[in-house]
Design a protein around this ligand. Structure first.
Ligand SMILES: [Zn+2]
Ligand SMILES: [Zn+2]
Length: 265
Protein backbone atom coordinates (compact mmCIF):
# COMPACT_ATOMS: atom_id res chain seq x y z
CA UNK A 1 0.00 0.00 0.00
CA UNK A 2 1.28 3.47 -0.75
CA UNK A 3 -0.08 6.99 -0.91
CA UNK A 4 1.67 9.87 -2.62
CA UNK A 5 0.85 13.55 -2.83
CA UNK A 6 2.28 16.17 -5.14
CA UNK A 7 1.38 19.75 -6.01
CA UNK A 8 1.78 20.24 -9.78
CA UNK A 9 1.20 24.01 -9.51
CA UNK A 10 -0.13 26.18 -6.72
CA UNK A 11 -0.89 29.88 -6.90
CA UNK A 12 -3.03 32.57 -8.40
CA UNK A 13 -1.82 31.53 -11.90
CA UNK A 14 -3.01 27.93 -11.61
CA UNK A 15 -3.71 25.11 -9.19
CA UNK A 16 -3.52 21.35 -9.62
CA UNK A 17 -2.76 18.70 -7.01
CA UNK A 18 -2.22 14.93 -7.34
CA UNK A 19 -3.02 12.21 -4.83
CA UNK A 20 -2.46 8.60 -5.78
CA UNK A 21 -1.64 5.05 -4.74
CA UNK A 22 0.16 2.30 -6.70
CA UNK A 23 -2.90 1.77 -8.93
CA UNK A 24 -4.77 5.05 -9.46
CA UNK A 25 -4.67 8.73 -8.84
CA UNK A 26 -7.01 11.67 -8.56
CA UNK A 27 -6.45 15.34 -9.22
CA UNK A 28 -7.77 18.24 -7.22
CA UNK A 29 -8.44 21.14 -9.60
CA UNK A 30 -7.23 21.55 -13.18
CA UNK A 31 -6.15 25.18 -13.21
CA UNK A 32 -3.19 24.68 -15.57
CA UNK A 33 -3.33 23.45 -19.15
CA UNK A 34 -4.01 19.75 -19.74
CA UNK A 35 -0.67 19.62 -21.61
CA UNK A 36 1.18 20.84 -18.51
CA UNK A 37 -0.72 18.37 -16.31
CA UNK A 38 0.25 15.45 -18.60
CA UNK A 39 3.86 16.69 -18.83
CA UNK A 40 4.29 17.20 -15.08
CA UNK A 41 2.75 13.79 -14.31
CA UNK A 42 5.04 12.14 -16.85
CA UNK A 43 8.15 13.56 -15.14
CA UNK A 44 7.00 11.60 -12.08
CA UNK A 45 6.27 8.41 -14.07
CA UNK A 46 2.52 8.82 -13.67
CA UNK A 47 0.40 8.24 -16.76
CA UNK A 48 -2.67 10.34 -17.43
CA UNK A 49 -4.60 7.06 -17.91
CA UNK A 50 -4.17 6.31 -14.20
CA UNK A 51 -6.15 9.44 -13.26
CA UNK A 52 -9.67 8.37 -12.28
CA UNK A 53 -11.17 11.81 -11.80
CA UNK A 54 -10.64 15.46 -10.98
CA UNK A 55 -12.27 17.16 -8.01
CA UNK A 56 -13.12 20.80 -8.66
CA UNK A 57 -13.13 23.42 -5.87
CA UNK A 58 -14.75 26.37 -7.72
CA UNK A 59 -15.19 28.12 -11.03
CA UNK A 60 -12.24 30.56 -11.04
CA UNK A 61 -9.92 30.12 -14.04
CA UNK A 62 -6.89 29.31 -11.88
CA UNK A 63 -8.78 26.13 -10.89
CA UNK A 64 -10.45 25.03 -14.14
CA UNK A 65 -8.26 26.24 -17.03
CA UNK A 66 -7.39 22.69 -18.20
CA UNK A 67 -10.76 21.13 -17.39
CA UNK A 68 -12.29 21.27 -20.86
CA UNK A 69 -9.41 19.38 -22.49
CA UNK A 70 -9.04 16.92 -19.60
CA UNK A 71 -12.71 15.95 -19.78
CA UNK A 72 -13.09 16.07 -23.58
CA UNK A 73 -9.79 14.71 -24.87
CA UNK A 74 -8.57 12.59 -21.96
CA UNK A 75 -12.05 11.43 -20.89
CA UNK A 76 -11.32 12.17 -17.25
CA UNK A 77 -14.55 12.69 -15.31
CA UNK A 78 -14.87 15.74 -13.06
CA UNK A 79 -16.62 15.81 -9.67
CA UNK A 80 -18.10 18.75 -7.82
CA UNK A 81 -21.34 19.98 -6.24
CA UNK A 82 -24.39 20.93 -8.33
CA UNK A 83 -23.84 24.62 -7.58
CA UNK A 84 -20.18 24.61 -8.68
CA UNK A 85 -21.09 22.60 -11.80
CA UNK A 86 -23.75 25.16 -12.67
CA UNK A 87 -21.26 28.02 -12.25
CA UNK A 88 -18.75 26.28 -14.55
CA UNK A 89 -21.14 25.20 -17.30
CA UNK A 90 -22.73 28.63 -17.76
CA UNK A 91 -19.69 30.36 -19.30
CA UNK A 92 -17.86 27.18 -20.45
CA UNK A 93 -20.30 25.66 -22.90
CA UNK A 94 -17.72 23.37 -24.49
CA UNK A 95 -17.53 21.32 -21.29
CA UNK A 96 -20.28 18.71 -21.49
CA UNK A 97 -22.83 18.47 -18.68
CA UNK A 98 -22.28 14.70 -18.47
CA UNK A 99 -18.54 15.02 -17.85
CA UNK A 100 -19.11 16.77 -14.50
CA UNK A 101 -20.61 14.47 -11.87
CA UNK A 102 -22.56 15.86 -8.97
CA UNK A 103 -21.31 15.09 -5.48
CA UNK A 104 -22.94 15.80 -2.11
CA UNK A 105 -21.71 18.46 0.30
CA UNK A 106 -20.35 17.29 3.67
CA UNK A 107 -21.11 13.66 2.88
CA UNK A 108 -18.58 10.96 1.99
CA UNK A 109 -18.38 9.43 -1.47
CA UNK A 110 -15.85 7.00 -2.89
CA UNK A 111 -13.73 7.48 -5.97
CA UNK A 112 -11.12 4.88 -6.95
CA UNK A 113 -10.75 3.74 -3.35
CA UNK A 114 -10.46 7.24 -1.86
CA UNK A 115 -13.14 8.38 0.62
CA UNK A 116 -13.82 12.00 -0.22
CA UNK A 117 -15.82 14.72 1.51
CA UNK A 118 -16.34 18.21 0.08
CA UNK A 119 -16.83 21.03 2.59
CA UNK A 120 -17.76 24.68 1.99
CA UNK A 121 -15.23 27.48 2.44
CA UNK A 122 -15.74 31.26 2.31
CA UNK A 123 -14.57 32.72 -1.01
CA UNK A 124 -15.96 35.02 -3.69
CA UNK A 125 -17.30 32.38 -6.10
CA UNK A 126 -20.92 31.08 -6.28
CA UNK A 127 -19.70 28.16 -4.14
CA UNK A 128 -16.18 27.13 -3.13
CA UNK A 129 -15.15 23.79 -1.70
CA UNK A 130 -12.33 22.31 0.28
CA UNK A 131 -11.71 18.56 0.10
CA UNK A 132 -11.01 16.07 2.86
CA UNK A 133 -9.74 12.77 1.47
CA UNK A 134 -9.17 9.59 3.49
CA UNK A 135 -7.16 6.59 2.36
CA UNK A 136 -6.10 3.81 4.74
CA UNK A 137 -5.49 5.65 8.01
CA UNK A 138 -4.28 8.84 6.28
CA UNK A 139 -6.25 12.04 5.92
CA UNK A 140 -5.47 14.80 3.43
CA UNK A 141 -7.20 18.21 3.48
CA UNK A 142 -6.96 20.76 0.71
CA UNK A 143 -8.21 24.31 1.35
CA UNK A 144 -6.72 26.81 -1.08
CA UNK A 145 -9.12 29.72 -1.59
CA UNK A 146 -10.70 31.02 1.60
CA UNK A 147 -11.03 34.50 3.08
CA UNK A 148 -11.02 33.13 6.61
CA UNK A 149 -11.20 29.78 8.34
CA UNK A 150 -14.87 29.44 9.25
CA UNK A 151 -16.28 27.02 11.84
CA UNK A 152 -17.41 24.62 9.09
CA UNK A 153 -13.96 24.31 7.53
CA UNK A 154 -11.88 24.26 10.73
CA UNK A 155 -12.58 20.63 11.79
CA UNK A 156 -11.54 19.29 8.34
CA UNK A 157 -8.35 21.36 8.47
CA UNK A 158 -7.53 20.25 12.02
CA UNK A 159 -8.13 16.56 11.19
CA UNK A 160 -5.51 16.37 8.42
CA UNK A 161 -2.27 14.42 8.40
CA UNK A 162 -1.28 16.28 5.26
CA UNK A 163 -2.67 19.77 4.93
CA UNK A 164 -2.59 22.03 1.90
CA UNK A 165 -3.58 25.48 3.09
CA UNK A 166 -3.54 28.86 1.44
CA UNK A 167 -0.98 31.49 2.47
CA UNK A 168 -1.81 33.95 -0.28
CA UNK A 169 -0.41 37.35 0.64
CA UNK A 170 1.87 39.21 2.98
CA UNK A 171 -0.34 41.83 4.63
CA UNK A 172 2.23 44.63 4.32
CA UNK A 173 3.08 43.88 0.68
CA UNK A 174 -0.62 43.91 -0.20
CA UNK A 175 -1.39 47.17 1.61
CA UNK A 176 1.65 49.05 0.26
CA UNK A 177 1.58 47.43 -3.21
CA UNK A 178 0.28 48.56 -6.59
CA UNK A 179 -3.12 46.83 -6.60
CA UNK A 180 -6.16 49.12 -6.88
CA UNK A 181 -7.98 49.78 -3.62
CA UNK A 182 -11.06 47.68 -4.52
CA UNK A 183 -8.86 44.65 -5.24
CA UNK A 184 -6.96 45.02 -1.95
CA UNK A 185 -10.31 45.12 -0.13
CA UNK A 186 -11.54 42.06 -2.04
CA UNK A 187 -8.41 40.01 -1.30
CA UNK A 188 -8.40 40.91 2.41
CA UNK A 189 -12.13 40.35 2.92
CA UNK A 190 -13.65 37.33 4.65
CA UNK A 191 -14.55 36.01 1.18
CA UNK A 192 -11.16 36.73 -0.41
CA UNK A 193 -7.89 34.98 0.33
CA UNK A 194 -6.02 33.85 3.42
CA UNK A 195 -2.98 35.97 4.34
CA UNK A 196 0.29 34.76 5.83
CA UNK A 197 -0.58 35.94 9.34
CA UNK A 198 -4.03 34.33 9.27
CA UNK A 199 -2.69 30.98 8.05
CA UNK A 200 0.27 31.02 10.45
CA UNK A 201 -1.78 32.00 13.51
CA UNK A 202 -4.31 29.23 12.79
CA UNK A 203 -1.55 26.66 12.34
CA UNK A 204 0.34 27.74 15.45
CA UNK A 205 -2.88 27.60 17.53
CA UNK A 206 -3.96 24.21 16.21
CA UNK A 207 -0.83 22.23 15.44
CA UNK A 208 -1.18 18.64 16.67
CA UNK A 209 0.80 15.43 16.65
CA UNK A 210 -1.43 14.08 13.82
CA UNK A 211 -0.14 16.63 11.37
CA UNK A 212 2.84 15.24 9.46
CA UNK A 213 3.00 17.65 6.50
CA UNK A 214 1.98 21.28 6.07
CA UNK A 215 1.98 22.56 2.49
CA UNK A 216 1.52 26.32 2.27
CA UNK A 217 0.24 27.24 -1.16
CA UNK A 218 -1.71 29.53 -3.49
CA UNK A 219 0.93 32.25 -3.05
CA UNK A 220 0.29 35.54 -4.79
CA UNK A 221 2.79 36.46 -7.49
CA UNK A 222 2.79 40.15 -6.55
CA UNK A 223 2.08 40.23 -2.84
CA UNK A 224 4.14 37.42 -1.34
CA UNK A 225 7.40 35.50 -1.33
CA UNK A 226 8.17 31.98 -0.06
CA UNK A 227 10.65 33.53 2.42
CA UNK A 228 7.95 35.75 3.96
CA UNK A 229 5.55 32.78 4.27
CA UNK A 230 8.16 30.80 6.18
CA UNK A 231 9.27 33.74 8.36
CA UNK A 232 5.68 34.52 9.33
CA UNK A 233 4.99 30.90 10.28
CA UNK A 234 8.23 30.66 12.28
CA UNK A 235 7.37 33.87 14.14
CA UNK A 236 3.86 32.63 15.01
CA UNK A 237 5.27 29.34 16.26
CA UNK A 238 8.03 30.91 18.35
CA UNK A 239 5.56 33.42 19.89
CA UNK A 240 3.73 30.38 21.24
CA UNK A 241 6.93 28.61 22.30
CA UNK A 242 6.57 25.88 19.64
CA UNK A 243 9.64 24.29 18.05
CA UNK A 244 9.00 21.81 15.27
CA UNK A 245 12.21 19.76 14.95
CA UNK A 246 11.20 18.52 11.50
CA UNK A 247 7.69 17.37 12.50
CA UNK A 248 5.46 18.34 10.81
CA UNK A 249 7.40 18.87 7.60
CA UNK A 250 6.79 22.28 6.05
CA UNK A 251 6.69 22.83 2.27
CA UNK A 252 6.09 26.07 0.42
CA UNK A 253 4.45 25.04 -2.85
CA UNK A 254 5.94 26.29 -6.12
CA UNK A 255 3.67 28.52 -8.16
CA UNK A 256 4.39 27.14 -11.64
CA UNK A 257 6.20 23.83 -11.22
CA UNK A 258 5.70 20.63 -9.22
CA UNK A 259 6.85 20.51 -5.61
CA UNK A 260 8.54 17.18 -4.71
CA UNK A 261 6.40 14.10 -4.21
CA UNK A 262 5.43 13.45 -0.58
CA UNK A 263 5.10 9.80 0.41
CA UNK A 264 2.45 9.41 3.10
CA UNK A 265 2.27 5.60 3.17
ZN1 LIG B 1 -7.46 30.38 -6.72
ZN1 LIG C 1 -10.68 31.60 -6.32
Amino acid sequence: MNLNFCSLSSGSSGNCYYLGNEFHGILIDAGISATSIRRFLKTMDISIQSIMGVLITHNHTDHIKGLEVLTRRNNIPAFTTAKVRESILGPHRRISYDSIHEIPLKEKFNLAGFDIEAFPVCHDAPETLGYHICYGDKKVTIATDLGHICDTAAPYIKAANLLVIESNYDEEMLVTGQYPYFLKVRIKSDHGHLGNHQASAFLADNISGNLSHICLGHLSKNNNTPELVLQTLQRSLSERGITLNGHPQISILNRNTPTGMIRLI
